[in-house]
Design a protein around this ligand. Structure first.
Ligand code: C2E
Ligand code: CA
Ligand code: CA
Length: 645
C-alpha cells in the first residue's frame, strides 16, 4: 500500500511540472487547449486525492472511500479527455457522434464500474473498469493509426511507444493491485502529448510571438487531410507586407521597434480569435477557426481598412505598402503542393504589381502547374523507365572521323520529350539528379563494354555530371567500382562539368576531380564562354578538354552587325589559342553548317560536335552512324588510330 503512495507522489510531481510548462506558454488552438488542460487538471487532482487516501492515519478509515472513488473516476476522466484531445488534435473538426461513441461510452462504463467496485460487492467490477481504460487506449492507438499522415514519423513513434507503456502499466495494475503505476504512465503520456504539439521553438516565430511556418504546415496538413476525408471548405486571408527596410532605417531603432510592435498588435486585434501565422518575413496568414468564409471576409475588409490608413505616432507617420489575398480551398488549390505553388504565385504577383488586393482568378497558374507536373515525372522517371540515354558523336578534325560522343539524357513523356535543360534543373533542385546521373553512368559503361567501342574507333564517352554529383564523398569509389564491374578503363569515360557559380571548382569538387583524374578519368569543362567560366580557377582543375559553348561558336555568324561578328570571331579564335596554350583540347559545340565547320578548322579547333554531323540519337542509331562514317573515312585515310587503352 505504501508503494502506491510513492507512485502517486511521483505522478503528482510530473503533472505539476507539466502544469507549470503549460502556463509558461499558451497554446494556440483554444478549443483543444481546454481539453488538454482539463485532462492535465483531472490527472493532477486524481493523484492528489489518491495521496490523501494513502496518507496515515486516515488510511482504511471509511470516510476515505469517497476519496478513493473520486480519485479513480478522475483518472478515467483524465484518460478520456486525453483521447478526446488526440482525436481533435489529429482529426480537425471531428464529428460529435464519433466522440460520443468512441470516447464518451467507454468513459461512462468506466465510471459506472468504478462506483460498483467501490461497494466491494464483486471484484470483477474493478477488472471491468480497467478494461474500459484499455478500450480508451485502443481507441487512442486507432486514432494515431488512422491519422498517421497528419504528423511526422518521429512524433508518431513516440506517441505510439507511450501508448504501449500506458497499456502495459494498466495491465500490470489490473493483475497486481499493489503496483499502482497506471497514473504515473498516464502522466508520462500527457507529457509526451504536450511536448509533441507544443515545441515552442518550432511553433512560434521568435520575433513576433505569432505562430510560425512549421505550425502552419502542420495545420494545413491536418486541414487538407480533413478536406479529403470529409469534404467542406477552408477560407483564409493572406497579408503581404512589402519590404519597408529602407523606410524603417530612416525611423531609427526605437521607432522602428515601436512600429513593428504596433503592426503586430494590429494584426492580432484584427484576427480576433483567428490563428495568425507568420510564414515568412512580412507574410502573414489569417486562418479562422474552422476556415469560416464569413470570418475570412471580415478579416479581409478589416485589413484593407487598416492598412489603407497610416501607422505611426506624433513623431512620424507612414504608409505600409501591402497586398491582401483571399484564398478559398479546395477550389483554388486541390492539395498541399498546389497550395504551395499558389502561395508562390501570390507573393510573386504582389511583388510585381504591388496591388493591395490580389485576385487569384487573375493569376497565371499554368507554368507553376507544368513545373510541378515535370517535377513529379522526374521523380518517377527511373521507376517508370522513361529515361533513355542518347548519344551525339564528336568528330575529330585531324583524324576526319568520330572519335568520341556525348551522352545526353532524354526523358520520354508519351511520344514527346521533356526538354533536358528543364528536367535536369528540376532534378538538381529536387535532389533526384544523383540517382539519375548514376543511371546514365551505368548505361554508358554498359554500352562501352558491350558494343566494343574501341573497334569502331570511339575512344571515350562524355558524361555530364552535375555539381551535386561531384560533391558526393564517395563519387570516386562509385565511379571506380562502376568502370571496374564493366571491365572498362577509366580513360574511356570523360566527365563534363559546367561551372555554375563562382565557387563550383573549390573544396570537395576540386579534390574529387583530382582523385578521379589520378585514377585515369578525364575531364572536360562544359559550356565555356557562358556566364561563369573564370580562367583562374579553370587552370587549377585537371581539364583535358574545354568545350566551347554553342553561343560563342555561333556568334561570329549570327550577330547583327559586321563589327559585332568580327569581334565575336576574334574572341572565339583567341579562346581557342588560349586553350591550346594551357595544354587542353577544344570541342566546338553547336556547329550546324558547313561554313561554321570550315571556320573552326581554320581556327585550329580539335573536335566538332553539332547538328552538322548528327543530332543526339538513340544508342543503336549511334553505333550504326559511327560504323558507316568511320568505315568510309578509314578507307579514305587508310589509317587507323589505335585507341589509347
Ligand atoms: P550540354 O551539356 O551543353 O549539351 C549540349 C546540348 O547542345 C545538347 O542539348 C545538344 O542536343 C545540344 N546541341 C548539340 N549540337 C547542337 C547544335 O548543333 N545546335 C543546337 N542548337 N544544339 C546543339 P540537350 O540534349 O537538350 O541537353 C541540354 C543540357 O542538359 C545539356 O547541355 C546538359 O547540361 C544537360 N544534360 C543532358 N544530359 C544530361 C545528363 O545525363 N546529366 C546531367 N547532369 N545533365 C545533362
Ligand atoms: Ca555537356
Ligand atoms: Ca555544353
Amino acid at each position: 500500500m505504501v508503494s502506491g503512495y510513492y507512485y502517486d507522489i511521483s505522478t503528482l510531481l510530473v503533472l505539476l511540472c507539466l502544469m507549470y510548462a503549460f502556463f509558461l506558454q499558451s497554446l494556440h488552438r483554444v478549443e483543444e487547449n481546454t481539453v488538454f488542460f482539463s485532462a492535465l487538471l483531472c490527472g493532477t487532482l486524481s493523484s492528489l486525492l489518491s495521496i490523501i487516501y494513502y496518507l496515515q492515519p486516515f488510511h482504511q478509515s471509511s470516510i476515505m472511500v469517497p476519496f478513493y472513488v473520486s480519485s479513480w473516476a478522475l483518472t478515467a476522466v483524465s484518460i478520456s479527455l486525453l483521447i478526446l484531445f488526440l482525436y481533435r488534435d489529429r482529426a480537425y473538426n471531428i464529428g460529435i457522434w464519433k466522440q460520443l461513441v468512441f470516447v464518451g461510452l467507454p468513459f461512462a462504463m468506466d465510471v459506472i464500474f468504478i462506483i460498483l467496485a467501490s461497494f466491494g460487492l464483486f471484484s470483477g467490477f474493478r477488472t471491468a473498469a480497467y478494461c474500459c481504460d484499455l478500450i480508451l487506449f485502443l481507441v487512442g492507438i486507432n486514432i494515431l493509426y488512422v491519422y498517421k499522415k497528419n504528423t511526422t514519423i518521429e512524433r508518431m513513434v513516440m506517441l505510439w511507444l507511450m501508448m504501449i507503456v500506458v497499456i502495459a502499466a494498466t495491465v500490470v495494475e489490473m493483475l497486481y493491485p499493489d503496483i499502482t503505476i497506471q497514473r504515473f504512465a498516464i502522466a508520462l503520456l500527457l507529457a509526451e502529448a504536450f511536448f509533441n504539439l507544443s515545441d515552442p521553438e518550432v511553433q512560434f516565430d521568435e520575433d513576433t510571438g505569432l505562430l510560425g511556418l512549421e505550425s502552419f504546415k502542420d495545420e494545413m496538413l491536418r486541414r487538407y487531410y480533413y478536406l479529403k476525408r470529409h469534404g467542406g471548405t477552408i477560407s483564409m486571408e493572406l497579408l503581404i507586407i512589402q519590404s519597408t527596410e529602407s523606410f524603417l532605417r530612416l525611423l531609427g531603432e526605437v521607432n522602428e521597434l515601436k512600429l513593428r510592435h504596433a503592426v503586430i498588435s494590429e494584426l492580432k486585434r484584427i484576427a480576433d480569435g483567428a490563428a495568425v501565422y507568420k510564414i515568412r518575413q512580412g507574410i502573414y496568414v489569417f486562418l479562422p477557426e474552422k476556415g469560416d468564409r464569413n470570418e475570412a471576409d471580415r478579416i479581409h475588409s478589416s485589413l484593407l481598412r487598416r492598412f489603407e490608413s497610416t501607422f505611426g505616432n506624433d513623431a512620424y507617420e507612414m504608409e505600409i505598402p501591402f497586398s491582401t489575398c483571399r484564398i478559398d480551398l479546395p477550389e483554388m488549390a486541390q492539395d498541399g503542393a498546389a497550395f504551395t505553388d499558389l502561395l508562390h504565385m501570390i507573393i510573386k504577383s504582389s511583388r510585381e504589381t504591388g496591388k493591395s488586393v490580389i485576385d487569384v482568378s487573375e493569376l497565371d497558374l499554368t507554368t507553376e502547374e507544368y513545373m510541378r507536373e515535370v517535377d513529379e515525372k522526374v521523380r518517377n522517371a527511373l521507376n517508370d523507365g522513361n529515361l533513355e540515354v542518347y548519344y551525339q558523336p564528336i568528330y575529330s578534325l585531324k583524324e576526319k572521323r568520330f572519335v568520341s560522343a556525348e551522352a545526353l539524357l532524354r526523358l520520354h513523356d508519351g511520344d514527346k520529350f521533356i526538354p533536358p535543360d528543364l528536367f535536369i534543373t528540376i532534378a538538381e533542385n529536387n535532389g533526384s539528379i544523383v540517382e539519375i546521373d548514376d543511371f546514365v553512368i551505368r548505361q554508358v559503361c554498359k554500352m562501352v563494354s558491350t558494343r566494343n567501342l574501341h573497334d569502331i574507333g570511339i575512344r571515350f564517352i562524355e558524361i555530364n555530371l552535375s555539381v551535386s554529383d561531384m560533391l558526393q564523398d564517395d563519387i570516386t569509389g562509385k565511379l571506380a567500382k562502376m568502370v571496374d564491374s564493366y571491365h572498362i578503363h577509366p580513360s574511356q569515360i570523360n566527365i563534363e562539368i559546367t561551372e555554375t557559380s563562382d565557387d563550383t571548382f573549390t573544396g570537395v569538387v576540386e579534390s574529387n576531380a583530382k582523385r578521379l583524374s589520378g585514377l585515369g578519368f578525364h575531364f572536360s569543362l562544359d559550356d565555356f564562354g557562358t556566364g561563369y567560366s573564370s580562367l583562374s580557377r579553370i587552370i587549377m582543375m585537371p581539364f583535358d578538354i574545354i568545350k566551347l559553348d554553342k553561343s560563342i561558336i555561333q556568334a561570329p555568324f549570327v550577330m547583327e552587325t559586321e563589327q559585332e561578328r568580327t569581334n565575336a570571331g576574334t574572341l572565339l579564335s583567341s579562346s581557342v589559342d588560349m586553350v591550346r596554350q594551357i595544354g587542353a583540347q577544344t570541342v566546338a559545340e553547336g556547329v550546324e553548317t558547313k561554313e561554321q565547320l570550315e571556320a573552326m578548322e581554320r581556327m585550329g579547333v580539335d573536335f566538332i560536335q553539332g547538328f552538322y554531323f548528327s543530332k543526339p540519337v538513340p544508342e543503336s542509331d549511334f553505333i550504326n552512324l559511327v560504323k558507316s562514317m568511320n568505315h568510309r573515312e578509314r578507307h579514305i585515310n587508310d589509317q587507323y588510330i589505335q585507341p589509347s587503352v
